[in-house]
Design a protein around this ligand. Structure first.
Ligand code: PLP
Length: 405
């Protein structure tokens, strides 16, 4: 008799709810012939927001140079472009040897943690977080320790809470700025506070800045690496969001600060980079063009620009629903709305989102899927055009009207 093939035990605690049972159910509904409004994933091209021509051309023009493996860290021109970019933005001491390219920030997140963690090691991760961070810590055998971000303070991290959660087992501090799912753009004061915690406890800083160009209302993004030249900071970014080319799977990581202190760790990272041969080479050739481009994103964000209008419209519509409030996102692509549990009956936010999907064919993501401790938030992507957002808001409003206490 043959026994069942089972997944590894270490996957039992790994979750990635953005594409979990809800997406499977959405596919079933679609297979049954219904349309589902999917506002669950930050994939700009899916909503007609395309990469700039220069970025696409960078890939197309070099396609014949991209048939072989590249350097495991990535092609030199791309690594030089990344080093020059951050140098121009105040990060000290970077050259192409301090940059590693990856198949999306996702791959680099997993590599940074796989290279770092032994069982029992702890990593400070924001709550809510982009859940790959928590998932990848657990996949790597570590423990994700969630620090509080304060909704009443525009979702800025609570620095005192971060400091209180440090233990002798803490290895690293994850900073996601601008933040997914909250849209918070961290103030300099808060960033300096976080970096001081890392300094005092010798923590590696992992700065996920994938939305660093997507800013509204004059919000200013500061690179953690520029504020802390004395700390080892890994800055992660890529083409998926700023440059609307998520399908290229193209990203980078820059290692700044006193790298000699991290030499052993960086050897481990290089081992992992070598083991996957190299990142997808065609997409690496889009990196230099992407880093030279700001002109294509800024008009989307300015008053009257598509992303700005969509954010404003969706925010107005959500806030008008009885029992719903929402902090205005100052960056990224998401609204993270709160359900007032005195008004709306919700004990299990995943079940609520599943009921919403079944009843209204609208797919959102539940707050606990981002490791928020309370089951009273929903995330909506605002990449869709205004008419689609309006329709989604109608569906949500109708559904929640039936959930009033
Ligand atoms: N980091 C954050 C904060 C994200 O929101 C996402 C995608 O949504 C990623 C990383 C993954 O990006 P990539 O497409 O580069 O793998």
């Amino acid at each position: 008799m043959s026994s069942a093939v089972r997944q590894a035990d270490r996957l039992r605690t790994v979750r990635y709810d953005i594409r979990g049972p809800l997406l499977r159910r959405a596919r079933e509904i679609e297979a049954a012939g219904h349309e589902v409004v999917k506002l669950n994933i930050g994939n700009p091209a899916a909503w007609g927001m395309h990469a700039p021509d220069a970025v696409v051309q960078g890939l197309v023009e070099h396609i014949h140079d991209a048939e072989g493996y590249s350097d495991a860290r990535g092609v030199l021109v791309a690594r030089e472009a990344v080093a020059d970019y951050y140098t121009g933005r105040g990060v000290e001491g970077l050259g192409p040897d301090h940059v590693m390219l990856g198949n999306g920030v996702s791959e680099l997140i997993v590599m940074t943690l796989q290279a770092l963690l032994d069982p029992g090691d702890e990593v400070l991760v924001p709550a809510p977080d982009y859940p790959l961070w928590t998932g990848a810590v657990r996949l790597s055998g570590g423990t994700a320790v969630h620090y509080r971000c304060d909704e009443d303070a525009g979702w800025q991290p609570d620095v005192a809470d971060v400091a209180a959660r440090v233990t002798p087992a803490t290895k690293a501090l994850v900073i996601i700025n601008p933040n997914n799912p909250t849209g918070a753009v961290y103030s300099r004061e808060v960033l300096l506070g976080l970096l001081e915690v890392a300094r005092q406890h010798g923590l590696l800083v992992l700065a996920d800045e994938i939305y660093d160009h997507i800013l509204f209302d004059g919000a200013v993004h500061e690179h953690a690496a520029a504020l802390a030249p004395d700390l080892v900071v890994l800055t992660l970014c890529g083409l998926s969001k700023n440059h609307r080319a998520a399908g290229f799977r193209s990203a980078w990581m820059a290692v700044s600060g006193p790298r000699e202190r991290a030499a052993d760790y960086l050897d481990g990272l290089e081992l992992l980079a070598n083991m996957r041969m190299c990142p997808n080479v065609p997409a690496q050739h889009a990196v230099a063009a992407a880093l030279a481009d700001r002109a294509s994103i800024d008009p989307l964000l300015a008053p009257g620009g598509r992303l700005r209008e969509q954010r404003d419209h969706a925010l107005r519509r959500l806030r008008a629903i009885p029992g719903v409030s929402c902090v205005e996102p100052r960056g990224a692509l998401y609204l993270f709305a709160k359900l007032d549990r005195d008004v709306i009956a919700v004990d299990d936010d995943e079940a609520l989102v599943m009921d919403l999907l079944n009843a209204e064919h609208l797919l959102l993501t539940h707050g606990t899927g981002f490791n928020l401790p309370t089951p009273d938030h929903l995330r909506m992507v605002f990449l869709a055009p205004v008419d689609v957002l309006d329709d989604a808001a109608d569906r949500l409003e109708r559904f929640l009207a039936g959930r009033q206490r």
